[in-house]
Design a protein around this ligand. Structure first.
Ligand code: KIV
Ligand code: ZN
Length: 516
């Protein structure tokens, strides 16, 4: 089949580089939910994880490899036999497996981190690709810190790994140092000087340290790169990676300029973004392009006037094109099971009977205390009831006394594994007292890094969405909770963070390696 020269392949690394965002660790169940949504979204390659990093990572990559059929599934490996063998063990069950192996190429990394010569590193890169190719012909090689690498050495390395069999060669801006014009010229230089460059797809992987990840990726594709590595909501190490939604919509909206296209079903973008936020608890800033709450909100009178007359005056893409529909009142106290199922279906979720039973009960409870129920409320319930992994701690009962004369006191019961434990806590206010009660019951005392409350929808009976971030031994985790009573939402968020910490302690702490 003839290769489509104008096709940009989307390589999603939300589950690998994205998971390296502080607080973004996901359990295997959550990773599979994200992977399935990435498949619905139409990404070409899912980087499922770094199998050598821990047993948890290995299992998650293997499970994703089993479940995903329409996308390629990549496992990351450093350029050595142990990593590559482990990555292959995890992905070999995939319908379309890919080994992604990498080694640093810049002198700065060679001298201070690897303590190896250029010749040694070149040899290791070739050996790694050769070994990976003995397992599969779908091998990607990344020259880590490529943008700070001597150009002619980079040419030599790219040429050598292509000759060894790499079908994709990635030129990462690992530290987010590049500037668009300069990065575009680097890609053009490789096309002009690597003799066998047409035998591989050139990929780009940009970090956002100077806020230029998307711009750099665009400069690269304008100069011949055809695979873009990115993450949903731009999450990732430090300032994050190229945001999937931004690069995809830039290519689509400016098709006149680039003449390039992806396979992404853009109407799935918003749902994917919300799902990731629900799972990781990492909120999207309101002014974030494409998926932020204000991305399509027009405040100024002049803009509103123009929009009423003709949408294209101030709208370069429609909210519908990224899957944002009007938030409308959907369900209330008298909605039946069928109406609830139908509405979830319209939102893109097909619920099994047992899932519907759990959710219908929650929707009815919510309808008792909240007049109108919106899509966002339904999403929050879905997440809490269905998507969350098995929890160690569950809230059973909470009673809080507060006011300007009482000492704020919280009495609480938590289910801890199979046992119900009761205790109380005092504090400066109702939230503080609630957290003290949780700490007493769970006998934990982690540093609270962040506490934030948002209203999920409008109205004074809106559900409060609380985010809590706790620190543990150099790691941090984020918990989320939603309820019309913000104190209950706060308790749920804190408990969710503790449950995530449990998972982190069991699995992520065992990680031996971390990459950019
Ligand atoms: O930023 C980077 O260089 C990476 C590589 C592993 C591709 O994440
Ligand atoms: Zn990276």
């Amino acid at each position: 089949m003839k290769k489509d020269k104008n096709r940009i392949y989307i390589f999603d690394t939300t589950l690998r580089d994205g998971e390296q965002s502080p607080g973004a660790s996901m359990n295997p169940k959550e990773k599979i939910i994200i992977a399935k949504q990435l498949e619905n979204l139409g990404v070409d390659i899912i980087e499922a994880g770094f199998p050598i990093a821990s047993e948890g990572d290995f299992d998650a990559v293997r499970q994703i490899s089993r479940e995903i059929k329409k996308c390629q599934v990549a496992g990351l490996a450093r350029a050595n036999k142990t990593d590559i063998d482990r990555a292959w063990q995890a992905i070999k069950v995939a319908a379309q497996p890919r080994i992604h192996t990498f080694i640093s190429s810049s002198d700065i990394h060679l001298k201070y981190q690897l303590k190896k010569t250029r010749e040694q590193v070149l040899k290791e890169a070739i050996a790694a690709v050769t070994l990976a190719c003995s397992y599969t012909d779908n091998v990607e090689f990344s020259a880590m810190d490529a943008t700070r690498t001597d150009r002619d050495y980079l040419v030599k390395m790219v040429e050598a790994v292509i000759a060894a069999g790499a079908k994709t060669v990635n030129i990462p801006d690992t530290v987010g140092y590049a500037i668009p014009d300069e990065y575009g010229r680097l890609i053009a230089y490789l096309f002009a000087n690597v003799k066998n460059i047409d035998d591989a797809t050139i990929a780009v992987h940009c970090h956002n340290d100077l806020g230029m990840a998307v711009a750099n990726s665009l400069a690269a594709v304008a100069n011949g790169a055809r695979q873009v590595e990115c993450t949903v909501n731009g999450i990732g190490e430090r300032a994050g990676n190229t945001a999937m939604e931004e690069i995809v919509m830039a290519l689509q909206t400016r098709h006149d300029l680039f003449g390039l296209h992806t396979n992404i079903k853009t109407e799935q973008i918003f749902k994917t973004s919300r799902l990731l936020t629900q799972i990781t608890g990492i909120p999207v800033q309101p002014n974030k392009a494409i998926v932020g709450a204000n991305a399509f909100a027009h405040e100024s009178g002049i803009h509103q006037d123009g929009l009423i007359k003709e949408k294209s005056t101030y709208e370069i893409m429609t909210p519908q094109s990224v899957g944002i529909t009007d938030t409308h009142i959907v369900l209330g106290k008298h909605s039946g099971r069928n109406a609830i199922a139908q509405h979830y279906k319209k939102m893109g979720y097909d619920l099994a009977e047992d899932q519907l039973s759990k959710i219908a009960a929650r929707v009815k409870d919510l309808a008792d205390i909240k007049k109108d129920i919106y899509d966002e409320d339904l999403e929050a319930i879905l997440y809490e009831e269905i998507y969350r992994g098995k929890d160690k701690y569950t809230l059973v009962y909470l009673n809080v006394v507060s006011g300007n004369v009482a000492i704020p006191t919280a009495t609480m019961e938590l289910q801890v594994d199979k046992e119900v434990v009761r205790d109380a806590g005092f504090g400066n206010g109702p939230v503080d007292a609630t957290f003290a009660a949780i700490r007493n019951i769970t006998k934990t005392n982690y540093q609270l890094l962040k506490y934030a409350v948002n209203a999920i929808t409008g109205g004074s009976d809106a559900q409060g969405e609380v985010t809590v971030q706790l620190r543990y031994d150099g790691y941090s985790v984020i918990g989320r909770g939603a309820h019309p009573d913000v104190i209950v939402a706060s308790a749920k968020a804190y408990i969710n963070a503790l449950n995530r910490l449990e998972f982190l302690q069991e699995n992520v702490k065992a990680k031996k390696v971390k990459v950019e």
